[in-house]
Design a protein around this ligand. Structure first.
Ligand code: MEV
Length: 309
């Protein structure tokens, strides 16, 4: 039997624009998906899941595709019998990278069970294939961050750079589920209708992200840039009333910046709160939503010694 885990993520800057080749800044968070896998007694997959109730079918689509992609990559029979248990400590469909974490942890589990060693990059690449097949359009951001851990500056098609940053971040979850696929499609449709307006917005998000990288490297405050990024995401149509409430409550409570994180349309926001972290958490909770301080997961996907299942 093999047990693996992979962390969720927050996108600090650049979501949606990264689908069009602009850079993104993302950090892995200490909330993980755990996968326990063993040889099955019969052909095909047998799955049981814990803590994935909310978005069960959604998450399990990624899991099934991840098993298939890994078996094909490793030259194994795609009908091989496998028993899989999955448990998530990342809220599902919340914009916090649960589907990428499910994909990456599953691929790592299949590879270890078959005695193969995959590099973090290879793991991320296969995870990206899973996302592309399940949700049609996807950037490498989520799977790369989950596979490698830490804070990454990702330039699609050009590679990534690790950023050493300490980030006093608060995550607020609206509790409204959203599907990345629909949100990515919505931005694409808007761009098709208004290319001369939407393309500059996408490019501006890219500029904000480049500037934020420099700020992080120089340990300067990224709050204002987060606010600009939030406004640009609103212009792309991925904001909601619920997200706006949380963003404004966080700023009013002392966060130096706040924005949507991930695909939007529901899901989560992040606040940069070098001061007043507790007040920011309480302000979001005061609106009846879940809030927590996040710490960056230094380690990405890994093999676990014992399961949490
Ligand atoms: C989703 O976490 C981030 C998006 O930019 C989609 C992607 O990068 O694949 C919305």
């Amino acid at each position: 039997m093999v047990i693996t885990s992979a962390p969720g993520k927050v996108i600090l800057f650049g979501e949606h624009a990264v689908v069009y080749g602009e850079p993104a800044l993302a950090g892995a968070i200490e909330r993980r998906v755990y996968v326990e896998m063993e040889e099955g007694r019969r052909d095909g997959l047998t799955i049981s899941s814990e803590g994935v109730e909310d978005g069960d079918e959604y998450a399990l689509r990624y899991l099934r595709k991840a098993v298939e992609v890994a078996l094909v990559h490793l030259g194994a029979d795609r009908d091989r019998g496998l028993e899989v248990r999955v448990a998530s400590h990342i809220p599902m469909a919340s914009g916090l990278g649960s589907s990428a974490a499910v994909s990456v942890a599953t691929i790592l589990a299949v590879s270890r069970l078959l005695g193969a060693e995959l590099s973090g990059e290879a793991l991320a690449g296969l995870g990206h294939q899973v996302e592309l097949q399940v949700q049609e359009a996807a950037s490498p951001t989520d799977t790369l961050t989950s596979a490698l851990g830490g804070v990454l500056y990702i330039e699609p098609g050009r590679g990534y750079k690790r950023i050493a940053a300490s980030l006093p971040l608060v995550v607020g979850c609206t509790g409204d589920p959203r599907a990345t696929k629909e949100m990515v499609r919505g931005v694409r449709d808007l761009r098709d209708r208004y290319p001369r307006i939407v393309d500059p917005l996408i490019k501006s998000i890219g500029e904000v992200t480049r500037e934020a990288k420099v700020c992080l490297e120089e340990r300067r405050d990224i709050g204002e840039l987060m606010n600009i990024n939030h406004g640009l995401l609103e212009a792309l149509g991925v904001g909601t009333k619920g997200l706006s409430h949380l963003v404004h409550a966080a700023r009013a409570a002392g966060a130096s910046g706040a924005k949507i994180t991930g695909a939007g349309g529901g899901g989560s926001m992040i606040a940069y709160a070098p001061r007043e972290v507790e007040r920011v958490v309480r302000a979001i909770e005061g609106l009846g939503c879940t809030a927590f301080q996040v710490s960056i997961a230094v380690e990405g996907a890994r093999v676990e010694k014992k399961g949490l299942l």
